[in-house]
Design a protein. Structure first.
Length: 286
């Protein structure tokens, strides 16, 4: 095949050959999608070739200019690296795949798999066409079952009514009156075949004092009003206490843990008849 470049230089070559008797080979300084290393194109020099990433050398990586003024062996080309259509793991489907070179894919193209329902993926869902013309490692899809989640004490659990629970199936939990959930309301069957976190029901607390101003989630509230339906497991409030010497107030925390809350010892509840006393919550902070 005669390239346009070759035609362009042929008149120049005749000239040199006649004038100096130097044996010169056709110009070979350009390799599409690659590079050529050379000093001159004269006998008996050798030039060498390399291709850009994503291309491979189809031909020899060097050529010598012969006495006859020809390249030996013939000049190579840089051809794009391609990967054949990927094989598909069992229990998987191709979610994203678009061959970009006929039926094949080019270097760095990707394909994405997903597993059939009830199956979990192990490995990367995305494969990439490599410089070797093959794909990176395929993921695996395996069927994953979870045991039926157990009912928490003082509560209940709901899950799909079917003989077996599988990966990504969900269970939801609730508690009877006077109890609240410790943990998530909804859990999912993980790819390890177990449930991520198992919630339990913890008893709520009765408000432990008749009345008090406390801090709850950064706000001052009246405990007897805010928690008239009881405090939930985990609810935390800060009571105000007085420092008598310094005539100032400070706070101490109390938390409802499974039906029990301990009022800080420093907290003093006034009788509603003792109207002349200033409540600790109205005293300036220490
Ligand atoms: C792609 O594959 C189909 C079926 O194997 C074949 O008929 C077709 O010629 C191929 N196309 C190219 C561009 O190779
Ligand atoms: C999966 O492969 C892609 C592309 O090869 C990569 O970008 C990604 O980080 C990989 N993900 C994981 C979780 O290994
Ligand atoms: C791709 O081919 C290279 C070179 O032959 C090989 O080393 C590698 O293990 C292959 N990769 C995969 C995922 O088969």
């Amino acid at each position: 095949m005669i390239s346009p470049v070759l035609i362009l230089f042929s008149s120049f070559l005749c000239h040199v050959a006649i004038a100096g008797r130097t044996r010169v080979c056709p110009f070979a300084g350009i390799l599409e999608n690659g590079a050529v290393r050379y000093t001159t194109f004269e006998y008996p020099n050798t030039i060498s070739f390399s291709c850009n990433t994503g291309f491979y050398l189809n031909g020899a990586d060097s050529a010598k200019c012969t006495e006859e003024g020809k390249w030996s062996p013939e000049l190579p080309v840089c051809a794009p690296i391609t990967c054949p259509p990927p094989s598909i793991p069992t229990f998987a489907t191709l979610r994203v795949y678009k061959p970009s070179a006929g039926n094949n894919s080019l270097y760095r193209d990707t394909a994405v798999f997903e597993c059939l329902p009830q199956h979990a993926m192990f490995g990367n869902d995305t494969i990439t066409c490599t410089t070797h013309g093959n794909w990176t490692k395929l993921p695996e899809c395996r069927e994953v079952k979870c045991p039926f989640p157990s009912r928490p004490d003082n509560g209940f659990v709901n899950y799909p009514a079917k003989p077996t629970l599988y990966y990504k199936d969900k269970a939801t939990f609730g508690c009877h009156d006077g109890y609240s959930l410790d943990g998530p309301e909804e859990i999912e069957c993980t790819k390890l075949g177990n449930w991520f976190a198992m919630p339990s029901c913890k008893a709520s607390c009765k408000v432990p004092v008749k009345k008090a101003t406390v801090v709850y989630q950064g706000e001052r509230v009246k405990i007897q009003e805010k928690f008239k339906n009881g405090m939930l497991h985990g609810d935390k409030v800060s009571f105000f206490c007085k420092n008598k010497e310094k005539k100032c107030s400070y706070t101490e925390d109390a938390q409802c843990i499974d039906g029990t809350i301990e009022v800080p010892k420093c907290f003093k509840e006034h009788s509603s008849l003792a109207f002349w006393k200033t409540d600790a919550s109205d005293v300036k902070p220490c």
